[in-house]
Design a protein around this ligand. Structure first.
Ligand SMILES: [Zn+2]
Length: 457
């Protein structure tokens, strides 16, 4: 496409030359000279043409010869942007570089062979000598490695130049005046960092379209990659905080023992809801387990050996029972020994069952979906029960599992003391830095306040 454009430009210029040449026969030498100079100036003003049209180079030489000008056109360094459909071979041929050169470069060593893996939208730099022979070839293969091929007599010396890469942690702070997009940029945050804040980390806790107002503050600690001291790109957000009115929202990046990376509040609560654990361990907060999962238990009423395929939680009549995971209510009614029962299907794999309820939560009917943590009903002793308690079952692929020990898809740090301690140890320095940054700005603000007062006095 681009080449076609150049081609038409090229044809246009060719006809201009032809016209000038015939015109030259009947005009004085100085007038011809002036026209040629003007044409040469016009062409010189569009240097991108040199970069892509080798045929044009020849034409330019002819033009010079025609005009008898001092050679002003010696394009020698070409920065070629690689197009989708181009290859190393096709680019060389575009600049009239022969197949022998292609073979010499690609067959010298493994580095030379890498010239065959040019990526679209990157730049290949070609340096040509006086005779338009390839002298040097330079290609940034990635952020740190540059391939260099240099002609040395009849062959090429090919090597890689590597730059040093540093990752540093940056703390950036700002105050909202207009929006996070505007004020974040002003504070020096990249678009990627702003996207991470709005779409990933705080997407569930902050409505960025309406919650922020002037004076709210943000602090972000993130990684920045430098190549030889030059900022190359921003990486992961390590910690961030928004102070909205008198509320604070913080998140710290953490990789748990299963290798999953997400963001947690300083209390160990996963703030990224899509990576939140789909199940709570217990359907009742702070309840005592009165009878565990036991496949050989003697039944308290029938006194026969009968498997206890769940866990009993002793709790007062009317204690709320929360859905341990979000899902669809597939049963809500009575089952002889179980009394009032709710069964939730979480997905194809998991089901949870809650029995002996005193009553259901009327907000949820059969077939409704219920979110994790929402109250589905209340503790009672309906069915065969010796006292008020919740009988809770957890099924994986239709098989009863011990709800206390079953391996749940993910673990909420908050619920695991050991994990919480490890997380907080790792998070502490970041929490301290966020707090420190905030107290420093508070001091600055106080200083400003007094400075203003002093102005008025
Ligand atoms: Zn039970």
């Amino acid at each position: 496409m681009k080449n076609r454009l150049y081609q038409s430009l090229f044809l246009g210029i060719t006809s201009a030359i032809a016209a000038s040449a015939s015109y030259a026969l009947i005009t004085p030498q100085n007038e011809k000279q002036a026209k040629m100079e003007s044409l040469a100036t016009t062409i010189a003003a569009i240097p991108s043409i040199y970069d892509t049209t080798s045929g044009f180079i020849e034409q330019a030489i002819q033009l010079e010869q025609l005009a008898n000008l001092e050679a002003p056109l010696k394009p020698q360094i070409i920065h070629h942007t690689i197009q989708e459909d181009e290859s190393f071979a096709s680019i060389l041929s575009l600049y009239d570089i022969d197949k022998k050169t292609f073979r010499q470069i690609t067959r010298t060593n493994k580095i030379g062979a890498r010239f065959k893996q040019l990526k679209p939208h990157t730049t290949l730099t070609l340096e040509l000598d006086q005779d338009y022979q390839l002298k040097t070839l330079i290609y940034d293969a990635d952020d740190v490695n540059t391939l260099v091929a240099t002609r040395n007599n009849k062959q090429f010396d090919i090597h890689i130049e590597s730059r040093s890469l540093d990752v540093q942690e940056i703390l950036t702070q700002g105050t909202i005046e207009t929006s996070l997009t505007v004020d974040g940029k002003k504070a020096g945050l990249s678009a990627e960092i702003i996207d991470q804040l709005t779409d990933k980390i705080f997407a569930w806790d902050i409505d960025f379209s309406k919650d922020l107002s002037a004076g709210d503050k943000f602090t972000v600690i993130y990684e920045e990659t430098l190549v030889e001291g030059r900022r190359l790109k921003t990486g992961n957000i390590l910690a961030a905080e928004f102070i909205i009115g008198d509320k604070s929202y913080s998140a710290i990046r953490y990789q748990n023992s299963e290798g999953e990376v997400t963001y947690y509040s300083p209390q160990g609560k996963n703030v990224v809801r899509e990576t939140r654990k789909p199940f709570l361990r217990n359907p009742i907060k702070f309840a005592r387990v009165s009878s565990g999962f036991n496949l050989h238990r003697r039944h308290p009423i029938s006194h026969r050996i009968r498997a206890h395929k769940g866990v009993d939680y002793a709790a007062r009549n009317g204690t709320p029972i929360q859905a341990t995971g979000g899902g669809k209510i597939i049963f809500r009614g009575r089952q002889s020994g179980y009394g009032r029962v709710v069964i939730i299907e979480h997905d194809e794999q998991y089901k949870s069952l809650y029995a002996h309820l005193s009553r259901f939560n009327n907000q949820y009917k059969l077939g409704d979906t219920i979110k994790q943590g929402k109250t589905l009903g209340y503790v009672g002793q309906s069915g065969a029960a010796t006292g008020p308690h919740l009988h809770y079952e957890f099924l994986v692929n239709g098989v009863h599992k011990n709800p206390m020990t079953v391996e749940l898809p993910q673990t909420e740090i908050q619920e695991n003391k050991g994990l919480l301690a490890r997380f907080q140890q790792k998070a502490r320095p970041y929490i301290n830095r966020l707090n420190q940054a905030n107290s420093e700005t508070a001091i600055i603000n106080v200083d400003k306040f007094f400075a203003k007062k002093a102005d008025k006095l």
